[in-house]
Design a protein around this ligand. Structure first.
Ligand code: ZN
Length: 241
């Protein structure tokens, strides 16, 4: 088993291409995507097309659902809403149809992995899993050994020992025979953990790793300026917040 797990690309084609190059250099064949192909960034069509072409499994996130009308746009803050309305105006019919086909949860029998965008519990309510308490509760809502998720744009690995104790890792973890794991792959296109580099995760039979990849942030910011996207969304890419 060897998978690359991507989440929260958010129309950032430059970050996505940098991550795909990194995956190719490592000769990883199987890529899965946890949702939010669009929203925030300047290249929604390119990102939906590239992800569809390269990923074995694709999920939808809350921004994808906002764009295709399945989540009320009043749910979003003003900046996210502005980006969703702009995305709606440029997304092709074909790509909009693709987004409608993506589920929000997928059980991968091979590898015993659950994939979700938000949380195993009440997946379509778009809760965030940010604390150990959230993790504790959510471990009761799936039976797989592994759950990969995104949504908060903050990468982490949480391990649950047979004793019930939870251990957190920031960069990598060795997989224990009796351990269970919740892994946030972080965000490819809009990291929010203070590190502006694109984030994704790799899992094989023995390890889970969070990988960070630099990309041309300024090029994306210039495209966003040209499209008139909100300044706050442009500025946050430089600082990863
Ligand atoms: Zn997101």
């Amino acid at each position: 088993m060897r998978y690359a797990v991507l989440s929260d690309v958010h129309s950032n084609q430059d970050a996505l291409e940098a991550v795909l190059n990194n995956i190719d250099e490592r000769k990883i064949k199987d890529i899965v995507f946890l949702g939010d192909a669009v929203g925030y960034g300047p290249d929604p069509n390119e990102c939906v097309e590239l992800l569809t072409e390269r990923c074995k499994i694709l999920l939808a996130g809350n921004h994808d659902w906002g764009v295709i009308g399945l989540t009320d746009i009043l749910y979003f803050n003003a900046y996210a809403r502005a980006a969703i309305l702009w995305t709606k105006s440029v997304l092709t019919e074909k790509n909009s149809k693709s987004l409608k086909l993506f589920p929000v949860k997928k059980d991968m029998k091979k590898g015993d992995i659950l994939l979700v965008h938000s949380t195993p519990k009440e997946t379509e309510a778009w809760h965030y899993l940010t604390t150990l308490w959230d993790a504790e509760i959510n471990f009761n809502y799936f039976e797989n050994k592994f759950c990969f998720l995104g949504h908060s744009h903050q990468p982490f690995i949480i391990e649950r020992l047979p004793s019930g104790e939870l251990v957190t890792y920031k960069e990598s973890a060795s997989i224990l025979k009796n351990g269970r794991y919740i892994v946030n792959a972080g965000s490819v296109g809009q990291p929010r953990d203070g590190n502006p580099k694109a984030s994704y995760a790799i899992i094989d039979d023995e390890h889970i790793e969070i990988v960070r990849v630099p990309y041309d942030v300024e090029a994306v910011q210039n495209k966003m300026k040209r499209e008139g996207l909100p300044p706050l969304l442009i500025e946050r890419l430089s600082v990863g917040r």
